[in-house]
Design a protein around this ligand. Structure first.
Ligand code: ADP
Length: 246
């Protein structure tokens, strides 16, 4: 039986009298990848903000590894516990090469000099090679990040997160703006990552969510509306109503 990695229980968040998160509960197992869907305003971003400590809920608990209540910790503390987040817009260092971007993340420093020293250490060189392979960027390692396609920049940013070796990765709309080929490759890439990490992916693209082939949670009005396989969720009359009945 798998262990619970993340457990949200009775989480509530109100903004100016509007309930963005309404008694939300969610269980993510260690090693699981989960897709979160739901119409605009469903509370997906607020949920991610609460997990990462960017937003403090009004009520409820968020347990990580069974013991730590994340709602008692701030953003830097939560990041250092092994929760990494990738926002929709990639923020790579455009004027550095792909491998130097990874070296910078590995070193946890903004100094290129420090990063260069890290790149030279055997352990980090091996780690960089591994991340380049995972993110499909091995043959782009010497390129400037500015020369990458939009999709490749997204992969590089996922690689920069992997350099920090988070146990849980939160990924926000990774395939927005990608070509069909990049979208399909991203599904494979995330499945590879999920062999070693737990992942939560927020995504609108249903074709992509289907390709991920993982359990889906559909949020609506800050609560779980439907949960299960993509076939179960996409045929759920309540889900069809919130997507089409508006
Ligand atoms: P989603 O990511 O699913 O589109 P959000 O979590 O962004 O949904 O938003 C849920 C609801 O909470 C929306 O109605 C949004 O307007 C509201 N909301 C989110 N953040 C804030 C904020 N900082 N202040 C006021 N309202 C907010």
């Amino acid at each position: 039986r798998r262990e619970t990695l993340l457990y949200l229980n009775g989480v509530n968040k109100t903004f100016d009298g509007f309930k963005a998160i309404n008694n939300l509960s969610l269980v993510l197992e260690r090693g699981e990848m989960r897709a979160i869907i739901g119409p605009n305003g469903a509370g997906k971003t607020t949920m991610m903000d609460i997990i990462t400590g960017k937003t403090r809920p009004d009520a409820g608990e968020v347990y990580f590894r069974g013991e730590v209540d994340l709602t008692k910790h701030d953003e830097p503390a939560i990041a250092s516990m092994g929760i990494g987040r990738k926002f929709q817009k990639p923020t790579v260092f455009e004027s550095h090469t792909v491998e130097d971007n990874l070296a910078l993340s590995l070193s946890g420093s903004r100094s290129v000099l420090t990063a260069l020293l890290h790149k030279k250490s055997a352990a980090d060189a091996g780690k960089i090679d591994e991340i380049l392979a995972t993110t499909r960027l091995t043959d782009k390692r010497k390129r400037l990040a500015s020369g990458l396609s939009h999709g490749q920049k997204q992969w590089l940013e996922i690689g920069m997160l992997l350099a920090q070796d988070p146990e849980l990765l939160l990924v926000d709309e990774p395939v927005a703006g990608m070509t069909d080929a990049e979208t399909e490759e991203t599904a494979r890439l995330l499945r590879d990552i999920a062999q070693k990490h737990s992942v939560i992916v927020v995504e609108h693209d249903m074709h992509f969510v289907r390709e991920l082939g993982v359990k889906v949670t559909c949020l609506h009005e800050g609560s779980v509306l439907s949960e299960g396989s993509i076939d179960h969720v996409s045929r759920d009359p309540r889900v069809i109503e919130v997507y089409l009945g508006r």
